[in-house]
Write a protein that binds this ligand. Structure first.
Ligand SMILES: NC(=O)c1ccc[n+]([C@@H]2O[C@H](COP(=O)([O-])OP(=O)(O)OC[C@H]3O[C@@H](n4cnc5c(N)ncnc54)[C@H](OP(=O)(O)O)[C@@H]3O)[C@@H](O)[C@H]2O)c1
Length: 423
């Protein structure tokens, strides 16, 4: 059996797991790859950290990029700019590339595809860690038009929401717990503001539709403002609240969005709880398929990294993102303001007569009709909470209505919306 030499740039949580699994599962991995996988070098920032690994380490990235004996470069440092430079240099030096870096791919996946030509790039670990969703979209479902995809793509935010719903905890307490358990980063902003799920949805949208969108092009909202009123309302009307990445095809237009959504409690995806990830993909021929598993963590993510290495060694080569649009297959990103949904709206208002009429009038002027209405008592004097759900309307209509509502004197806090995903 031949040897394949690997260089790992970034030997942290995932890098260490890659090295450990390559060692501990080496017989089955060699049998599957038809080669011995040898980690020749690793590169880190700080050589004095204790890592309990036996491979040679350096702090010079060029030690891997310039080593002619290294066949495959694994980029596991994270971040966008430096990781992109590493990826470009690896490809220019004709080395296959494996990366788990969703942030870098959210911006540069098409740049890399262009540079790569026939040099393989694996990125299975970039979306939902151990779940093989990239291979499912690129290969398994390739006979289908993807009609819709809905995913819980970020485990940290799913853990926080699960704690809020099941244990009546508030957002801050649940976030703190996620940090104590090591699920959330010291800076958890991309987990809770939807940014991380947005990066992953953009990667999936390329595989499903060939769409080259960037984070600023799509709706990305997080879970920071969800409170107990929203959870109670959802529960009463048979919904769970999840941070969803959604892609939907309507003829040639594709809508892409990440936001908290109320979804039927009985749907399989509503039952994806805690730190787990889950994705539902509906193909026009296969129907609905579901994927569930650990979306992060050293070993699950390393499992995906190593599956890419094995695929590269086996020599299966295809365009990085599966396909490119043609004159016959050309999908466009749907403008945000044209996206349609039902909406839940939470309003904190002056508890006096005439306020409800003012609110109803603004909604009517924007062609928004109400399907459900609840008024809740609150402890503060002269304050009422109104929770309502609308029929189908557009982002533009809801945005205009919310802007007008904000200007009403009787509205005490900015209105808060959650989209309702009924389909
Ligand atoms: N952790 C997960 O569960 C998970 C899941 C899916 C995807 N990912 C992705 O996988 C990648 C790696 O994540 P991770 O959790 O393993 O990160 P991590 O634990 O922070 O490890 C990063 C590694 O990169 C090294 N590094 C950082 N900047 C460097 C530089 N300029 N030059 C050389 N080495 C540098 C660090 O060196 P030192 O050790 O010396 O500091 C460390 O070894 C990221 O793109 C992340 O988004 C992670």
């Amino acid at each position: 059996m031949r040897n394949i030499n690997i260089g790992i740039i970034g030997v942290g949580t995932v890098g260490r797991s890659v090295i450990k699994i390559l060692e501990e599962n080496k017989e089955i991995i060699s049998a599957r790859a038809g080669a011995h996988l040898v980690v020749k070098k690793g590169v880190v920032k700080n050589l004095s950290k204790i890592r309990n690994i036996s491979i040679p380490l350096s702090t010079n990235i060029q030690d891997i990029l310039d080593d002619e004996e290294i066949d495959i470069v694994i980029e596991l440092i994270g971040g966008v700019k430096e990781a992109y430079e590493i990826a470009k240099s690896a490809l220019k030096n004709k080395k296959a590339l494996v990366t788990a870096n969703k942030a870098m791919l959210a911006y540069h996946r098409y740049d890399l595809q262009k540079i790569a030509h026939d040099i393989p790039i694996g990125f299975e670990a970039s979306v939902c860690g151990g779940i093989p969703i990239i291979k499912a979209l690129k290969d398994g479902l390739s006979a289908n038009h993807i009609l819709a995809l809905r995913g819980i793509l970020n485990g940290t935010s799913n853990y926080i929401l699960t704690q809020m719903i099941q244990n009546n905890q508030d957002f801050q307490t649940s976030l703190k717990q996620a940090q104590e358990l090591g699920y959330a980063e010291a800076d958890p902003s991309l987990d809770i503001n939807g940014g991380d799920a947005g990066h992953k949805l953009l990667i999936l949208a390329s595989l499903a539709y060939g769409i080259d969108a960037k984070p600023k092009d799509i709706i990305i909202e997080g879970i920071q403002s969800i409170n107990a009123d929203d959870i109670e309302f959802a529960d009463e009307f048979g919904y769970a609240i999840k941070l969803l990445g959604i892609a939907k095809k309507q003829k040639d237009e594709i809508e892409l969005r990440v936001h908290p959504a109320m979804i039927d409690k009985n749907k399989m995806i509503s039952k994806v709880e805690g730190v787990m990830n889950g994705i539902s993909v509906i193909g026009d021929r296969v129907g609905e398929t579901l994927y569930y598993g650990a979306g992060a963590g050293g070993d699950p993510t390393a499992s995906a990294v190593i599956s890419d290495i094995i695929e590269i060694i086996r020599g299966k080569s295809s365009l990085m993102l599966g396909f490119e649009q043609t004159s016959q297959i050309s999908f466009k990103l749907k403008p945000k303001e044209k996206i349609q949904s039902r909406y839940y709206i939470r309003l904190s208002v002056d508890d006096k007569s005439g306020v409800l009429a003012q609110i109803a009038s603004i909604l009517t002027q924007n062609n928004i009709s109400i399907s459900t209405f609840l008024q809740k008592e609150v402890k503060q004097k002269n304050t009422a909470k109104m929770l309502l759900a609308t029929h189908m309307t557009t982002e533009l209509a809801i945005k205009n209505a919310i802007d007008e509502l904000k200007n009403l004197e009787s509205i005490l806090q900015d209105p808060y919306i959650i989209r309702i995903e009924d389909e």
